[in-house]
Design a protein around this ligand. Structure first.
Ligand code: SAH
Length: 342
């Protein structure tokens, strides 16, 4: 199998060029073709000699993802893409258009093995990890399709990014590398179900990305009901790890909380959530749960959701209800892909 050139960092590409007897500055040219001009064919790299282009094509593949389906919201310009990978596996990515720029939500794995009860992405388990190139290619493809710059990235699609840690961190470094697309680290958010040792490791990477923790329950008992990962890492341990992330990076933590009717939306839940949020420099993102047909979780009424939000706000908590983007094309994360693999 040929080597995956889109997963080579700038430094690795320099080393690779030296190995095949090329000048190091070739790496700069090639990296720019791949990560700025976003070409997916060596023959288009017009400032390289024909001989070098041929040599590269013999040794390397340029990873691409191909759109199988694109759903466009008529309400707010949100687009959902189903992409096919080189081996026939499929992943979803979502484009959201905001006043402050174009944001893409990417998948980090094919499937997921975390087993969160309300989530469609985990129903068939984990198929495999995505390579750094496959995470980048989702963004590059969307940027090419719309012909506009992507300025924000959220790793909140299918998969647990910290369960694919090395590839994920490499992806972040490449995405934010000044030689590449150069997205600001502050415009990147990673969402995790709470793998404690990896959160701590991430805190030491010297990155400025935002950490979002999927909380969903404000006691250990409640959380365990919804998220099997809570059996491995308790709520106090997860919160400690988030505190460590904040101390090391200075980045305010986001807590995600899917509101589920009759499960985690009581006054008591609001009180316990307040107790978690109050001493911390954090933001709470309430997400009315997206019903998944295999599960019987439902959204609270709009009134109850607002009531829950107001309770937190009255206590000085920084809280938003996530604006529902693409409500008409939605279906929970992972549902578009599931239609195809069933
Ligand atoms: N594995 C990571 C990132 C992927 S999920 C994580 O767990 O954070 C992105 C967010 O969507 C998480 O907060 C997840 O809990 C939430 N989510 C998953 N399914 C959902 C659903 N059906 N309704 C609402 N939120 C959901």
């Amino acid at each position: 199998m040929k080597k995956d050139i889109l997963s080579y960092t700038y430094e690795e590409l320099q080393e690779e060029m030296e190995k095949i007897g090329e000048k190091a500055f070739r790496a700069k040219q090639i990296y720019e073709w791949l990560h700025v001009k976003l070409v997916d064919d060596f023959s288009q790299m017009s400032n390289l000699s024909k001989a070098l282009r041929e040599k590269l094509a013999e040794e390397f593949d340029i990873c691409t993802v191909s759109p199988v389906e694109r759903q466009q919201s008529k309400l707010d310009g949100t687009n959902k893409f189903l992409f096919c990978l080189h081996d026939g596996n499929m992943v979803e990515s979502v484009l959201m258009r905001y006043k402050h720029g174009n944001s893409v939500c990417i998948s980090s794995q094919v499937g997921c093995r975390m087993g969160c009860r309300f989530c469609a992405s985990t129903l068939d388990g984990l198929a495999r990890n995505l390579a750094p190139s496959e995470m980048l290619a989702q963004i590059y493809r969307i940027q090419k399709i719309i012909g506009e710059r992507i300025s924000h990235v959220v790793v909140m699609g299918t998969g647990e990014p910290l369960d694919n840690y090395d590839n994920f961190v490499k992806f972040i470094r490449m995405l934010t590398d000044e030689h590449g697309l150069h997205i600001s680290q502050r415009n990147v958010t990673v969402s995790t179900c709470g793998i404690v040792p990896r959160i701590k490791e991430l805190a030491e990477e010297n990155l400025q990305i935002t950490l979002a923790l999927s909380l969903h329950g404000s006691t250990q008992e409640k959380r365990k009901e919804l998220m099997p990962v809570a059996n491995r890492y308790t709520l106090p341990e997860v919160l400690d790890a988030c505190d460590e992330y904040f101390d090391r990076t200075g980045r305010r933590i986001t807590f995600e909380y899917s509101l589920i009717d009759g499960v985690n939306d009581s006054d008591e839940d609001a009180r316990e959530l307040t107790a978690i949020a109050r001493p911390r420099n954090c933001h709470i993102n309430l997400i009315p749960v997206n019903p998944v047909k295999e599960r019987d979780f439902e959204q609270p009424s709009r009134k109850n959701a607002m009531n829950f939000k107001n309770k937190l706000e009255k206590n000085g908590i920084n809280v938003t209800i996530r604006r529902e983007m693409g409500a008409d094309i939605d279906g929970a994360c992972g549902q578009l892909r599931r239609r195809y693999i069933e």
